[in-house]
Design a protein around this ligand. Sequence first.
Ligand SMILES: NC(=O)c1ccc[n+]([C@@H]2O[C@H](COP(=O)([O-])OP(=O)(O)OC[C@H]3O[C@@H](n4cnc5c(N)ncnc54)[C@H](O)[C@@H]3O)[C@@H](O)[C@H]2O)c1
Length: 426
Amino acid sequence: MNKEEQGSIIDPSASSQLSRRGFIQGLTGAGSFLGMAGLGAFAGTAKADNAPRDAQGNIIPGFEKDQQATTAAQGWQPVSERKIKVGIAGFGLCQFGAAFYYQNHPNVEVVAATDLDPNRCAQLAQRVGAKKTYPSCEEMIKDKEIEAIYIATDAPSHARLAIMALNHGKHVCSAVPAVFGFEAEGEAEDLFKAVKKSGMKYMMNETSTFHADLYAKRMQYQAGALGKIIYSEGEYYHDFGPNGLSGYNPKTGKVDKFGWRRGLPPMWYPTHSAAYYVSITGGRFTEVSGLGTAGRYPEFQAENNGHKNPFGTEVAMYKTSEGGISRMAVSWDMKNAHGEKGRVYGEKPHNPKISGQRPPLPPGVGGGGHGGSHGQLTNNFIESILLDKKPIVDVCDALNITMSGVIAHKSALKDGEWMKIPQYEL
Ligand SMILES: NC(=O)c1ccc[n+]([C@@H]2O[C@H](COP(=O)([O-])OP(=O)(O)OC[C@H]3O[C@@H](n4cnc5c(N)ncnc54)[C@H](O)[C@@H]3O)[C@@H](O)[C@H]2O)c1
């Protein structure tokens, strides 16, 4: 390895770099999809015939290959005989409710499933083997049998449903982002308070956290090998294209082009890039200056979307809690730009003796999509309940990752004015 390689996390989408640098993670699709890049190109991957597809019939990036469970059980030791009773919400465009191996985990019994759409609800129940179905997550949360809720609904609903579930004494695992949009600042306060008051576990399923390269860097950092991180940068790039991307639309009850993804401010979806600092160090972004460029597609004109967003690309500079600098970028309209990737540079070089291996997974649980991260996230959440330990992306991490982007967008609207990011620590 040369110096640059030792100090950085490489772009997993650069196939020419893959063999040279020996990384096991690659991107095979045309880009990433709100978090759907960094696919596991492992031995034991398979193309899923029933993978979710977009309006053009293309498999949504992130789902072309799954890291299968065939080799996953090696080295795994159960921490408990207990089965956590889980309810799962959401089977939209990405069919995320069924994609995280809850139905396979030996310490989980999926007891209920829900989606507002009866067909999607029935499909989800069938895929995860749930005995009960509910017409909404709100109804499912009232089920006293359920101990934990996995929220895979549209982004704007996450915080509200998470708070409701926590207040009903359930553990919560939420798809990204933790909070959303104009409501985010108030939601962040309420979510933080609900976690604190309830004492239940809250985790955000940040898929980049278990990318092989990020996880290896996390191990280096947490063993003290790197010292402080002087500079880090991360990107999440996915060209939406002129036809946009579908998402749940509360006005129609359908997953359509006028849903929550239409004209989405890039930095309202900062999670997969920001993880390349927060999930490595556990540190925080404290202040931000953001900039945006005028969106190249009609949906990214402020008058054409419900988010009043004029930007298709946003870049943020952050001050970090270690006294370092970070640059995070999200783009929906740049050409030849795709993937979730980052680079991290510390004061000291890697220690080759520190293993960067991700934890072993239980029998039947694969890494799955997004670079083999799905099964890892579920296993981490379930073990956090069983062992009463901090989930790998807890509410404080989740709120820093998410709010850093929300404030970055606010700053971009004011042409880069420096702004403080609210801090949440348990
Ligand atoms: N890499 C990643 O981490 C990654 C990748 C893709 C999607 N996601 C996240 O996963 C989530 C799901 O994505 P998607 O594309 O399937 O979303 P979507 O908008 O297409 O679908 C959301 C689904 O949730 C259902 N729903 C909404 N409110 C509900 C309620 N109150 N009760 C029950 N069901 C409800 C809707 O009917 C719909 O079927 C999103 O939040 C997205 O941000 C994360």
